[in-house]
Each structure stands twice: as structure tokens, then as C-alpha cells.
Design a protein around this ligand. Structure first.
Ligand code: FUB
Length: 341
């Protein structure tokens, strides 16, 4: 069922798209969709949710053990499942939790970037290489040196310069790295006081090999309307996880999940490094605790890939969906209000 009711008012803060849709695939549970166009087709790189009975402490019930790549010839046609593209048991350094991946292409090779916990329980980001967009992907023997936390998002400029954004609070371990090295004893969810600047996501340029960082990760600063960094207490707007970056008319859009307030929001800036200024809500809360998305242009139109829990009603068994997305001529994203199913 598709219901789109866009009001025709120029004030985009009052304009909301109401959207209800079916999962793009229902034979497996999928989440955290990173969607890209390769060879004229949409390829989706999701997490593959399964139920292993792990408790929900710290996100341990998100206990994924492989990746499947999906493809779609068109929006509105069913997604095809290309089968297992990479399995945890083939990744030498990783012990558990294959979380939200992303992909990039260079010189005809596809690089799948994925977070997982290593054998010490620390989230790291690995790379696996494939000859086709759907894989299979062969993992490198070690994780990317200097990588940490979760949710890698890879953004490529037209000249091939490639950046990785990453980070996630709470179970995503960003707070444990606040001093620059991993602090296993750091158990606080929000490290800083409510009126102090929030923890930031990170960015690092990826070098020509596509296998290493070319620089130390840097902070991605998100500012409010007065040019001040968003604060720890600002749970409606501060970064939580799920970064996704795209460029439209020369402007960089840094989009992300607010976690415990369950929104996808966006901020814009003039450089891939930021700073980015908070702009508004992309997607209101969906059914389920997590929200994670990607945004792409296909055949001249913008789309939002996201997930909810329509098929299972359970937080850790999610399903990917796609919705049209509107960006106004002035560059504002029109908020999507998903109809909860
Ligand atoms: O899928 C596991 C985690 O849940 C992801 O890494 C987060 O973004 C959240 O969607």
C-alpha cells in the first residue's frame, strides 16, 4: 500500500510525506540498507538479521553471521537475494556481530566495508573484495588498522577520493574511544554532561589501496543554528549512529540516526569534513528501536532506503523498505512520516 500526501506549501517545515510500504524482500530479515547504483541497477548492502537467542544487553541480540546482497532493477519491483556474499566464519579477525556494512568501487573492484567485534570484543572495520557488486567478497586477513566503533559509510567524490564516516554510541562503543585508545572499563552511555558538546562521529580518508586509512580519524562536528556544537543532552538532534553522506548541488548532506529518539535527521556542510549544520528530520520514528538508512538518486529521483520491524514485530528482526524522498529546489529534505504497520 502506498499513500503519498504531500502538501503543496512552500514552507517545508510544515510539509510531510506520509509513506507506507512493503518490505523489499520477505524471505530473510534485512536491516541497515546501504544502497548504491552499479551498472544501472540498485544494489542493497544490508545487515542480515537472524535470531540466535542472545540477550538484548548492549545490542548483543544483533548477532548477525553473514551478509546477503540484494538487487533491484527498478523501484517497485521485488528485490533479488544474491545469497551469501560473505560469512563471519571466513573472517579471520572477527568473532561476532556483522553489523551495518557499506561498499565502494574502484577500478572495477568492489570493496565491502563491515564492522564486527574482534576476539577481544572490540568493534573494528574490515574490508572484503569482490569482482561483482553482488560478491562473493574475500575478506582481508586483518581489520583496517586504526578502525574502531561501528557503521562505516563510504562516500566517494567524482574524482575517486574516498572517505569513511563511522561511529555509534552505546553498544557501538564510541564512548570507549573518547580518550583516543580503547577503554574497556568505560561503561557510561553519554560520557559528557548534558551541556557539553556531544561525542562526534568520525571521518578518515581511505588511501589508494582502499584497504587503509590515509589519515588519523577526525571528529565530524555538527553545529546548531547558532554555530555551536550540538550538546550531549540534545537527544533529539545529536549523532547516535548510522551515518550516511551524499552530495547534492555541491552541498554535502550528513545524515544519521538520533538513536534513543529514533529519528533520521540531517545536517549540511561545504566540505566532506564538515562542520555540518543541523537542518531537520528526514524520517520520523519507524516501528522498532533502531533506525538506519541510505539515500540515493536513481533515474533522476531521490529515494530513502530504511528499515522497520513490520515482518516480525521484534527489534532485532528487521526488514528493508524504500520510499521516495523529496529534496526541494532550496536543498531542504521533506520529512517522511512512515505509517507504522
Ligand atoms: O544492525 C546493528 C546495528 O543496529 C547497526 O549497526 C545500527 O546502525 C543499528 O541499526
Amino acid at each position: 500500500v502506498v499513500t503519498v500526501q504531500g502538501q503543496q506549501k512552500p514552507d517545508t517545515t510544515k510539509k510531510v510525506i506520509h509513506y507506507a510500504n512493503e518490505p523489499v524482500i520477505s524471505s530473510i530479515y534485512t536491516a541497515d540498507p546501504s544502497a548504491h547504483v552499479f551498472n544501472g541497477k540498485i544494489y542493497i548492502y544490508p545487515s542480515h538479521d537472524i535470531n540466535t537467542g542472545k540477550p538484548s544487553t548492549n545490542g548483543d541480540h544483533y548477532d548477525m553471521q553473514d551478509y546477503h546482497v540484494l538487487s533491484m532493477d527498478n523501484i517497485g519491483t521485488p528485490a533479488r537475494d544474491h545469497g551469501v556474499a560473505l560469512k563471519l566464519s571466513d573472517v579471520r579477525w572477527a568473532e561476532r556481530q556483522l553489523w551495518a556494512p557499506d561498499v565502494a568501487v574502484k577500478n572495477g573492484k568492489y570493496y565491502l566495508y563491515f564492522p564486527a567485534r574482534d576476539r577481544e570484543g572490540i568493534f573494528r572495520t574490515g574490508v572484503a573484495i569482490g569482482k561483482l557488486p553482488e560478491g562473493p567478497f574475500i575478506p582481508e586477513p586483518t581489520f583496517i588498522p586504526g578502525s574502531f566503533s561501528i557503521d562505516p559509510c563510504v562516500f566517494q567524490e567524482n574524482d575517486g577520493t574516498t572517505y569513511m564516516y563511522f561511529g555509534g554510541l552505546w553498544g557501538g562503543q564510541l564512548a570507549k574511544w573518547a580518550k583516543g585508545t580503547y577503554d574497556a572499563a568505560e561503561e557510561r552511555k553519554d560520557l559528557r554532561k548534558a551541556d557539553e558538546p556531544a561525542l562526534t562521529p568520525k571521518i578518515a580518508k581511505i588511501d589508494g589501496s582502499m584497504l587503509s586509512f590515509a589519515e588519523q580519524p577526525k571528529d565530524v562536528v555538527i553545529l546548531d543554528e547558532n554555530g555551536k556544537p550540538l550538546l550531549t543532552g540534545d537527544h533529539e538532534r545529536r549523532f547516535f549512529e548510522g551515518a550516511w553522506v551524499f552530495k547534492n548541488k555541491g552541498l554535502y548532506y550528513f545524515t544519521y540516526s538520533t538513536g534513543d529518539t529514533h529519528k533520521i535527521v540531517y545536517a549540511t556542510g561545504k566540505s566532506p569534513y564538515g562542520p555540518f549544520t543541523y537542518q531537520g528530520v528526514v524520517l520520523k520514528p519507524v516501528s522498532g528501536w533502531t533506525t538506519h538508512h541510505s539515500i540515493l538518486q536513481f533515474k533522476g529521483k531521490w529515494y530513502l532506503y530504511y528499515h522497520d520491524t513490520q515482518l516480525s514485530g521484534k527489534n532485532h528482526l528487521r526488514n528493508v523498505k524504500v520510499s521516495p524522498l523529496e529534496i526541494t529546489p532550496g536543498g531542504k529534505i521533506v520529512t517522511i512520516d512512515p505509517i507504522k504497520t
